[in-house]
Design a protein around this ligand. Structure first.
Ligand code: G3H
Ligand code: 13P
Ligand code: ZN
Length: 315
């Protein structure tokens, strides 16, 4: 299926607009009606473009048919500038299947392979994707944390700026995820003082000034959400994210796409825990799920305004 039938667009224009405009397009992960509703409501209220990120485990959870039914039911139109993107595609086959199903953008994550193998696999995906007008993101450098049920990484390695020009010219990739100190999940750093490696970001941006760069593992893990979770029966000691100030700074330096999943998980979990604790006799799931949608919508709006800078960027 061609993604244009679904009203989706690829990420080319939105990311280049973001590069020129010094902001980032949010890539929020969804995996059910509630997450999709919250993301679409937030981007609608803020007039922001958005990338709907879907991981392989989210596809497994929903099933392709249900996923495509949700997207077609969302009645998306091209003027909304919404892309649907495979997050951390782990193989050529996963990317090709996503493209054939109607995704408008894919990430091939071969970042754990040696450079030449990463190049070879990425190039094959780009060749197929570009024939279908689908944009491709690749990754150089490794982030620690859980990228997917199947791709758990306990180590990280920063992107080597010396590799990027060769990688991009050999693959013709449309955007590049780089590792500058972020990581997936809710336990990103030991102290608030740990800074991102802006020197690496600047070196990559200097070598590739026209290429949109991507930051994964960029949840800020708001303290109030963690506190609410812990207050209402959860146990997430020492959860800590990336400071919003540093993320905002990154958008001024060629980071054009910022990936956030954990913050929505926290918002939803905290709201549901609180609702259940305060309404012990209510067993109507629509009520606590709605509390979750409201909290996720709010965190998306806050981050669009205060981190991404993508409010009112629809054109
Ligand atoms: O970067 C990975 C995302 O947070 C997706 O996580 O595979 O559990 O859906 P997931
Ligand atoms: P977080 O775990 O920081 O939300 O990262 C999400 C992500 O990178 C999805 O690809
Ligand atoms: Zn990621």
């Amino acid at each position: 299926m061609s993604y244009s039938i679904l009203g989706l667009v690829n990420t080319d224009k939105m990311l280049h607009d973001a590069l020129v405009g010094n902001y980032a397009v949010p890539a929020f992960n969804f995996y059910n009606m509630e997450t999709l509703t919250a993301i679409l409501s937030a981007t609608h209220q803020t007039h922001s473009p958005v990338i709907l990120a879907v991981s392989e485990s989210a596809i497994k959870y929903m099933g392709f048919n249900m996923l495509m039914g949700l997207i077609s039911g969302a009645m998306i139109t091209p003027d909304q500038q919404i892309a649907m993107h495979l997050d951390h595609g782990s193989s050529y086959e996963a990317c090709i299947t996503a493209i054939d199903m109607g995704f408008s953008s894919v990430m091939i994550d071969a970042s754990k392979l040696p450079l030449q193998q990463n190049i070879a696999l990425t190039r094959r995906v780009v060749e197929y994707a570009h024939k279908h007008n689908v944009s491709v993101e690749a990754e150089l450098g490794v982030l620690s944390g859980i990228e997917d049920e199947n791709t758990k990484s306990e180590y990280s390695s920063y992107t080597n700026p010396q590799d990027v020009v060769q990688f991009v010219s050999a693959t013709n990739v449309d955007s590049l995820a780089i590792a500058i100190g972020t990581s997936h999940g809710a336990y990103k750093r030991k102290s608030d003082n740990e800074a991102l490696r802006f020197d690496i970001l600047d070196a990559v941006a200097q070598k590739l000034p026209n290429l949109p760069l991507v930051l994964h593992g960029a949840s800020s893990i708001p303290e109030n959400l963690v506190q609410t979770i812990n207050k209402f029966g959860g146990h997430m000691p020492n959860a800590r994210g990336i400071s919003p100030k540093q993320l905002r700074q990154a958008t001024k330096r060629n980071i054009c796409k910022i990936n956030v999943d954990s913050d929505l998980r926290l918002a939803q979990t905290s709201a549901i825990r609180k609702y259940m604790a305060e309404n012990p006799s209510d067993f109507n799931p629509r009520n606590y799920l709605n509390a979750g949608i409201t909290a996720m919508t709010q965190i998306c709006i806050d981050e669009i305004k205060n981190i991404m800078g993508s409010e009112n960027k629809l054109k």
